[in-house]
Design a protein around this ligand. Structure first.
Ligand code: S3P
Length: 167
């Protein structure tokens, strides 16, 4: 039996990639960022995939990536903000390890994403409303998916320590 993976979940901007890479280093585990994994495989950025092939196609690539990564052991996986809003991905990734929600209030999410231009779902003039609407829809799904939840308002190091003590 190999080591279980740690799967980080939460809204865009909650720190999944930053905390994931730090946590992996501290735990001596390999880190995989799902968006980067998909980008590398496709040779395109997430924005390019959305623009050229649409969100549905991206979700299919995301589903495939979840299955591939769930087949490996001992990873710290940073999911995309939409990944664990789909039941199928929750079922897939839960088999490989523990799902950790990085919980961040919507006000902090908005602040962190204010100048972001890399998220295709937020590339709109009504960004603030889109964030709030998506956030409210997704938070209950994240909570349902997660085995544990940590306060992501703290520093990345503090968040890592909390995850390690809770797991
Ligand atoms: C998405 C979040 C992004 C990326 C894609 C879609 C979402 O990941 O997967 O733009 O649906 O919330 P991050 O949470 O890393 O920004």
């Amino acid at each position: 039996m190999g080591r279980k993976s740690i799967v980080l979940c939460g809204f865009m901007g909650c720190g999944k990639s930053t905390i994931g890479s730090l946590l992996a280093r501290k735990m001596g585990m390999a880190f995989v960022d799902m968006d980067s994994y998909i980008e590398k495989k496709e040779g395109k950025s997430v924005s390019e995939i959305f623009a050229q092939s649409g969100e549905e196609h991206f979700r299919m690539l995301e589903r495939e990536a979840a299955k591939e990564l769930a087949g490996k052991k001992g990873l710290v996986i940073a999911t995309g903000g939409g990944t664990l809003t789909f039941r199928e991905n929750v079922d897939t990734l839960r088999k490989s390890g523990s799902i950790v929600l990085l919980d961040l209030p919507v006000e902090a999410v908005e602040e962190r994403l204010k100048y972001d231009t890399t998220r295709p779902l937020l590339a709109r003039p009504d960004k603030s409303e889109v964030i709030r609407e998506l956030y409210n829809k997704r938070l209950p799904l994240y909570r349902e998916a997660a085995d544990i939840s940590v306060d992501a308002s703290n520093s990345p190091m503090q968040v890592c320590m909390e995850i390690m003590s809770e797991l």
